[in-house]
Every structure is written in structure tokens, then in C-alpha cells.
Design a protein around this ligand. Structure first.
Ligand SMILES: O=C(O)CCC(=O)C(=O)O
Ligand SMILES: [Fe+2]
Length: 758
């Protein structure tokens, strides 16, 4: 039309030309029209510039440089940029992932008193979100919501789900609450994303958020309930799951198949077969198919109840359901070489419309000391052997090394958010007199969720006095800063398997212990055990430095506190294990198994250094005992986790002031039949001007010197009804003996003199 107008000698107005530029889908054509306009006597106005910038920002191939230079031109033509100008520019920068520049322009718009438009705000939020600038993303989101700026469902959902992945559940939670407080009704997508973010940190958090949400219509509420119900069931908390299901029915919500299946699972586990079959009937009346896991649970329950009639029917249905699922996953390409233990559970979650956030998969520890010996040396029942042979084909330690090599080749942990290590307040167990049953229940669930996720948790409310921790750290700092000849006076004899006392710098090599090439650990150590066995027997003795008389009370006091905390944690782990396996374990069960073994504390000093790229302060390993209580004041600890795509990578463990980092180790994972995770970890290659100090306390490490093989009790796997144990029962003494022997032989080849948790 413009061309026709010029042919007939009509001069188009600026409005008409601007309309033509706006109509251009291609930024090149829009730019051409602008340039023509500039050659003419008609001057382009801000709308002309904005229209070209919008065309360039809406297409992926539009260069952000163009939008930037158009802004310059616009200003030098004495025109005033508008909100739209900045919106287009920020979007263009966002498309090129130039997050910092995008945010700079957002600030510039504010300085020019141009409150951001929806587009600018949305682009700014995406910039912060993708650039991992959480606080700014959340602040901008609130800012946009308060000004009723539509930032788009995708942006909001993406911020929420990134918050969830980064374990920033408080931010997600706070965001939704803030929106509710300001009278803004968060969209259902926002609520679901926030619930998912919370859910990954524990069902009770998701439940708390659900309870604080405004009622915004039956449909959204149904989805929100469903997310939380699934979270409860997945985290083995049947009661709240069933309560939510009952509420959904009372409110006549439309219940989706995920919620039905989760409720069925919870129902069978909590109320048994009859209740489960009733729910199954209800599902079939609603034309909802049970998933394979629900069938499996029913089947187990009918076997437990000695109900062969139901068992046979269920088995047939289970077979049909599994083959249907396999067929469906095959057709959708999901079977392409990936072996999963539970296809039935994977498929529904892949289809989940709530975008459930799952934590990364931990790299599980090598069980070499036990399973390796077991599969080769022990006489096992053929049933057990089948599983062991399957797993034992490859050296498990080798598997860990392969994952570690892959993680080492990947990006450093600083380029990913920290690992999702929950902070858990155990004061209701440490100070039982002040606790209620509900508090204890919540802690058990939190610990259980942590144990089955990464196996790491930051524990506060432990009751270890700050004065004892401070005293220990001060004494250790003085000790390690002393001349090496003085420290060497505290070395224990080579025959002393209790390995107390001083270990010189670089004397240990975790890499060698794991049969990998690589440098030695950049640390020295001082190990100490119980003070009440000073006379050599049965537990060996501590070595105290003569040159520091005030040292001994500090470490003895700390050790006593660790033994107290170990008992508290053993009770919590026992109750978590009882809940997970549905076995009625006495709260003192694990404590009884561990006796008469004692823990070993190992104060570790990583001197300040500038390590080379190939160094790590402490090589990748899993701890071998039941669990470890770590005191540290400096970051650097990392866990090896698998991304959703199955790629191993390192994530830092967040440091929580005043907390102990407690991790499940190999032995506890074995006792739980691998329900709890013993996660591979290391201390990264940190360049630091300050030394790093840490004090792991390894439970169950001290083997009596007068150890005699007796027909003592053995600890087997604690399994749920119908579950097969993966490991043969072994006495804790034998378990320790094997580990010590392995260390001794590794020690010969690599001159390791001391023993660590690795
Ligand atoms: O020093 C640390 O922070 C971790 C130590 C550790 O994992 C170990 O000694 O087993
Ligand atoms: Fe460790």
C-alpha cells in the first residue's frame, strides 16, 4: 500500500508508516522502512523506533545490538524513550541471554521514571531467573504483581520451579503468601509450582502452604490437594495423605488418577487390604485405573493377609497393568536402553501435569567392603545370590569411580545451585522433656525424607554447647599451627588399629583407597576416641600432646557430646527406618546393634594453599560406618548427584552456622536395604588464604584390640514385609574387621598410615 501510495503521488503520513513498520514480521523489513523514513523529510518518532525494536526482539535472530543502537539513535534525535522502548530492548537482551545488561536496562528505565511495562518486567524476571539471581527475580515478581502487571504464566512457573530446584522453598512459599497477603490471587500454576518447590523439601511444608492458600475455586484446589497428597504418600506419611483424600471427597473435588493412586498406596499401607480393596472399587466406579505400584501394594497386602484368592486376581491385573505400561513407555520411546527399577512409578510421574520437582539423584556409595566380599566369599542362599551376582558383575567401587570421573569432567559446583540438603531441628529428640509427639513425628518424617533423598542433612537444635565447640576449634587450631616435630610426638603406633593421634600432611590418599589414580589428600589430622579407655584395652587409647596441657579437656568434652548426639541420631534413624519399612522397631534397636563399638572423631586440617587443577582436598568417597556427624566452619564439602538427565555432577553442601552436617554412611544404608542413601562426597579443590578445619565423628569405628571372633548376633537388613534383603546379615565386628583389613592392604600399597572415614 505504501508503494501504491507513492506511485499515485500520495505522501503517506507518519501514522501510516508506523502502522506499516508495526505490521512487519521481519525486523529487516521494519528497519528498511525506518531508514527510508529517515531519508525522507518526515522524522521518525518514538513509535517508529519502538516498532523496529519490537520486531527485532520478537524474533530469535534479531540482534540485541540493533535494539541498543536504535535506543542511542532515538536519544540523539532528542526523542524520549518510553516503557515500550525499554520492554523491547530488555526482551532482546534476554533473548541473547545477556542477563546483566537486561537488568541494567531495567534499572535505567526506573531512573527515567518509566515504571516497567509487563514486557520489561517479564523480561527482567526471566533474566534474573535464568541468571540464578533469586532474590531479584522474586522482588521483581512481587513488584509486577503489585502493579497488576501481567508477567505471564510461563515466567512465573519458571521462577517457582527454579526456586524449587534450588531448594529455595522459603522463597517460593513466601512469594505465594505475599501474593495472598497483598490481595493478589496467585494463579493455579503459581500455586502448583510453589507446592512442588515445597514438596521437594518435605510434605509438611507443602501441606502448610496448601493450608495458607486462599480458596480459589474447586478445580485449582483439587490439583493443589493432589500435589500435596502425592508428596505425603511418596514420603511415606500415610495419615496426612488419607486425610487430604477424605477432604477432597467431602469437597466433591474432581480427583485425578495420581491422587487416587497415591491414596490407594497410603490406604493399603496404613489400613490394610480390606480398606485398599474398597478404594480400588471406588476407583473402578470412577473409571480410574490403578497404577502398577498400587497393584503391587495390594498384592503384598493380600499375601501378608494370607488371602490367595485376592492375590491371584490382583496378580493377573498387575501383569496386565505392567505390560500395558511397558508398552506405553516403549511406544513413547522411554524404553530406549534405560533400565529403571520401577517403570510403573516413573510413567505416571512423567505424565504429571503439576511439574513435580524431584531432587537430583545421589551417587550411591560403593558397598564394596560388604557386598564384594559377600558375593565372592560368603555362602549365600541362591535367592540372595541372584541379586548379588547381578549387581556384582561390575565392581561397585569402579562404578563410583566412573561417576566421579564424569562429575569431575563437568562444570564446577559453583555453576549450579547448592545441593538440596535440608535443615532439620532435632531439639524435640535432644531435649525430649520439652517435646510433643507431633514434633517428633515431623522430625522423623524430615529425617526419613533426607535419608532417602541425598542422605545428607544439616542438623540444628542438637544441644551441643557452643562453648565446647568453640573450645575444641581453638585447641585444634593451636595444635595444627604447632611445629610438625611437635605434632609428630602424638602419632600412634603402626600396629594400633584404633589409629588415634596425629596423621601428617598428605599421609593419606582416598584416591588410592578407591583404586584410582590421583593425588593424595591435602590434609593432616588428629583422631581421638573415648577418653574412658585410657589404659590401652579394650579400645586402645588417645594420644594427647604433652606440649598443650589444655588440649585434652577440650577434645574429651567434645567426644562425650558426640557420643550423646550419636545416641539421639540413632534413635531418630531407628524410628525413620521403622516408618519406612513398617516394622515395629524398638527405639533403641540401632543403638543395641552398635554396642560395644565406639565412634572415632577425626579433626582434619586443610592448610591454606593454592591447589593445582588436579588436586582435591579430600578425594571422592563414601563413609563406611553407619553415619557421620561433621562439624565444619568453612564451605568446600560437595556431594556427587545425578541430574534429571542422569549426568553426575558435583553440588556444594550448604553450610549452616551452628549446624552439624550429618550423613548416612554405607553400613546404615545396608541395614536399611538401600532405602537410605550413602552418598559419595569430597572436599573440593578450594583456593583459600585460610586453613579449613573440620571434625567428622564416624560412628562405630573403634574395634576392641582384644577382638575375638564369637558366635555373636548379626545385623541383617530391615525390610518391609515381602521385601527381599539385599545383604546377608553380618556382625558389626566382622564388618569393621573387613574394612580395617581392606584399609591395611590399601595402606601397604600406598603407604597410608592412618584410617579415615573414607
Ligand atoms: O572435611 C570435610 O568436610 C569432610 C570430611 C569427610 O568427608 C571425611 O573425612 O570422611
Ligand atoms: Fe566423608
Amino acid at each position: 500500500m505504501l508503494r501504491e501510495a507513492s506511485v499515485i503521488g500520495v505522501r503517506p503520513s507518519l501514522i501510516a508508516i508506523n502502522a506499516a513498520i508495526t505490521a512487519c514480521l521481519d525486523w529487516r523489513a521494519a528497519l528498511l522502512l525506518l531508514r527510508r523514513l529517515q531519508q525522507d523529510t518526515t522524522c521518525p518518532d518514538v513509535i517508529s523506533f519502538n516498532a523496529v525494536m519490537a520486531a527485532s526482539s520478537s524474533k530469535k535472530d534479531g540482534p540485541a545490538g540493533l535494539a541498543e543502537s536504535l535506543l542511542k539513535e532515538l536519544v540523539s534525535a532528542a526523542l524520549q524513550p518510553s516503557q515500550v522502548t525499554f520492554g523491547a530492548l530488555i526482551s532482546a537482551l534476554g533473548t541473547e541471554r545477556r542477563w546483566e545488561s537486561a537488568l541494567g536496562r531495567l534499572d535505567e528505565a526506573a531512573c527515567r521514571n518509566l515504571g516497567p511495562s509487563s514486557i520489561a518486567c517479564g523480561a527482567g524476571i526471566s533474566a534474573c531467573d535464568n541468571g540464578l539471581l533469586w532474590e531479584r527475580a522474586v522482588a521483581l515478581l512481587l513488584h509486577a504483581q503489585q502493579r497488576r502487571l501481567e508477567v505471564g504464566v510461563v515466567t512465573l512457573g519458571s521462577v517457582m520451579s527454579n526456586l524449587g530446584k534450588a531448594a529455595k522453598w522459603e522463597a517460593a512459599f513466601g512469594l505465594v503468601q505475599e501474593m495472598c497477603r497483598s490481595g493478589l490471587r496467585p494463579s493455579i500454576q503459581a500455586c502448583s509450582a510453589a507446592l512442588s518447590a515445597c514438596e521437594s523439601q518435605g510434605w509438611w511444608r507443602a501441606l502448610a502452604l496448601l493450608r495458607s492458600m486462599p480458596i480459589s475455586g474447586p478445580e485449582p484446589q483439587s490439583i493443589s490437594y493432589s500435589v500435596v497428597l502425592c508428596a505425603c504418600e511418596k514420603q511415606l506419611c500415610w495419615q496426612p495423605a488419607l486425610e487430604l483424600f477424605a477432604e477432597m471427597r467431602v469437597a466433591a473435588f474432581k480427583i485425578d488418577s495420581l491422587a487416587y493412586n497415591a491414596a490407594l498406596g497410603a490406604c493399603v499401607q496404613s489400613e490394610g487390604l480390606t480398606a485398599g480393596l474398597e478404594l480400588l472399587e471406588l476407583m473402578s466406579s470412577q473409571a480410574v485405573d490403578p497404577d502398577a505400584l498400587a497393584y503391587e501394594r495390594l498384592l503384598r497386602a493380600s499375601c501378608d493377609a494370607g488371602d490367595p484368592a485376592h492375590a491371584a486376581g490382583l496378580l493377573a491385573a498387575l501383569r496386565r497393568s505392567i505390560s500395558e505400561l511397558l508398552l506405553r513407555s516403549y511406544l513413547s520411546g522411554a524404553c530406549s536402553g534405560r533400565r529403571t527399577r520401577s517403570p510403573a512409578r516413573n510413567l505416571p510421574s512423567a505424565e504429571c501435569e503439576h511439574g513435580t520437582v524431584r531432587s537430583a539423584d545421589p551417587i550411591r556409595a560403593s558397598r564394596t567392603p560388604l557386598t564384594h566380599h559377600m558375593s565372592r566369599q560368603n555362602s549365600m542362599s541362591s535367592e540372595h545370590r541372584a541379586e548379588e551376582v547381578d549387581d556384582g558383575k561390575q565392581d561397585l567401587r569402579q562404578k563410583v569411580n566412573v561417576a566421579v570421573a564424569e562429575a569431575d569432567a563437568g562444570p564446577p559446583s559453583s555453576s549450579s545451585p547448592p545441593a538440596a540438603v535440608p535443615e532439620i531441628d532435632i531439639s524435640c529428640f535432644a531435649f525430649p522433656e520439652k517435646a510433643s509427639e507431633t514434633d517428633r513425628e515431623e522430625v522423623i518424617c524430615q529425617v526419613l525424607a533426607a535419608c532417602t533423598d541425598l542422605g545428607f542433612m544439616n542438623v540444628v537444635g542438637h544441644g551441643v554447647p557452643q562453648s565446647i565447640i568453640g573450645g575444641l576449634l581453638a585447641a585444634l587450631s593451636e595444635f595444627f599451627r604447632s611445629p610438625v616435630e611437635q605434632k609428630e610426638t602424638c602419632m600412634s603406633s603402626a600396629q594400633d588399629l584404633t589409629s588415634r593421634g596425629y596423621t601428617p600432611y598428605k599421609a593419606e590418599s582416598t584416591n588410592a583407597l578407591f583404586n584410582r589414580p590421583g593425588p593424595r589428600d591435602l590434609r593432616e589430622a588428629f583422631s581421638f576416641g573415648p577418653a574412658d579407655h585410657q589404659n590401652g584395652r579394650p579400645f586402645g587409647s588417645n594420644t594427647y600432646p604433652d606440649f598443650m596441657p589444655h588440649f585434652r579437656p577440650c577434645i574429651d568434652a567434645y567426644y562425650a557430646e558426640m557420643e550423646r548426639l550419636e545416641k539421639v541420631m540413632l534413635e531418630i534413624f531407628t524410628l525413620a527406618l521403622a516408618r519406612a519399612s513398617r516394622q515395629p522397631l524398638d527405639p533403641g534397636y540401632l543403638q543395641q546393634q552398635i554396642q560395644p563399638n565406639r565412634g572415632l572423631a577425626k579433626a582434619v586440617w586443610y592448610p591454606a594453599c593454592e591447589p593445582s587443577a588436579v588436586d582435591v582436598h579430600l578425594g571422592a568417597h563414601s563413609d563406611w560406618g553407619p553415619f557421620t556427624i561433621l562439624l565444619t566452619t568453612t564451605p568446600g564439602l560437595e556431594v556427587c548427584v545425578k541430574s534429571e538427565e542422569g549426568v553426575p555432577h558435583w553440588r556444594s553442601v550448604p553450610l549452616v552456622p551452628g549446624a552439624f552436617t550429618i550423613n548416612v554412611a554405607d553400613q546404615l544404608a545396608c541395614w536399611c536395604n538401600d532405602r537410605f542413601v550413602s552418598c559419595v562426597h569430597r572436599v573440593a579443590n578450594i583456593v583459600s588464604n585460610e586453613p579449613r578445619i573440620s571434625v567428622p565423628y564416624f560412628s562405630m569405628q573403634i574395634l576392641p584390640l582384644d577382638f575375638v571372633e564369637t558366635a555373636e548376633r548379626k545385623v541383617g537388613c530391615i525390610c518391609a514385609l515381602g521385601e527381599r534383603p539385599k545383604y546377608e546379615p553380618i556382625s558389626v565386628r566382622n564388618y569393621l574387621k573387613r574394612n580395617f583389613e581392606m584399609l591395611k592392604s590399601a595402606g601397604k600399597s600406598v603407604e597410608v598410615q592412618k584410617i579415615g572415614g573414607a
